[in-house]
Design a protein around this ligand. Structure first.
Ligand code: URA
Length: 240
């Protein structure tokens, strides 16, 4: 494999940056300064950038804090997508969002190049947990909470069929105007439609956890980071 392709695939440098890094002597291959950005390297060789090993990974897993107004898509003419928030070299890595958040929903979006894992994690039978914080227009009664937890019928519209939601957990805040909801499925506009089923209306929605991985509180809306090894292990468990 070419060195510059390796660096791009590892998500550390673009090809242009790699060429500059080689010129500046920042990259070593098996302890020797890299000669050229397009030199051939073997997976067994040890590559370092500024003294730190660069580990090639087959797939990339990114945690993003999606801001409002951005769509969970790879391409949507006229809209800003989650991929637009990534640096150029990552945009070239065939990443896509694993599942969708609505345009005005904020929070955790997983971006990956691992299609098999994404498919598995989203499969309804895996019951992967998604935790959301929400606010609503009218106070939620105890009965509303029980109804939501037991499952409600979402009426069909032009985008989705009629659907009885699976049992879920809802914890209302003291003021009853918000709370936390934990879902194990992901139907189109699910939480908005669930609140409509109890004659209420979502006023804000944020996903704070996905597959047992919490959104990093240090990530501001629009920011991202790679999953840690521990988070990656958790994600893979979720896909088993
Ligand atoms: N439910 C919704 O209604 N919207 C989302 O973005 C996620 C879950």
């Amino acid at each position: 494999m070419r060195l510059d392709k390796y660096m791009t695939a590892a998500g550390v440098l673009s090809r242009k940056e790699c060429a500059q890094a080689v010129k500046r002597g920042r990259i070593f291959v098996d302890g020797l300064p890299a000669a050229k950005a397009d030199m051939q390297i073997e997976p067994s060789q040890i590559i370092t950038l500024d003294g730190a090993p660069v580990v090639y990974r087959e797939f990339t897993y990114i945690m993003m804090h999606k801001p409002q107004g951005v769509v969970s898509a790879t391409d949507d003419p006229g809209e800003r997508t989650v991929l637009d928030l990534l640096p150029e070299h990552l945009r070239r890595q065939s990443l896509f969002p694993c599942g969708r958040l609505d345009k005005n929903t904020t929070g955790f979006v997983l971006l990956t190049s691992d299609g098999v894992l994404s498919h598995r994690v989203l499969a309804p039978k895996r019951h992967a947990e998604k935790v959301y914080h929400f606010t609503v227009k009218f106070p939620l009664s105890e009965d509303d909470v029980k109804t939501l937890e037991g499952g409600v019928v979402l009426s069909a519209d032009s985008y989705a069929e009629e659907w009885k939601t699976a049992p879920c957990r809802v914890i209302a805040d003291e003021n009853r105007l918000g709370g936390e909801i934990v879902l194990t499925e992901g139907k189109y506009h699910q939480i908005k439609r669930m609140m409509e089923a109890v004659h209420n209306q979502i006023t804000s929605l944020a996903r704070v956890s996905f597959c047992g991985i919490d959104l990093d509180p240090n990530l501001q809306p629009g920011e991202w980071r790679y999953l840690t090894e521990e988070e990656e292990t958790r994600l893979k468990k979720c896909a088993e």
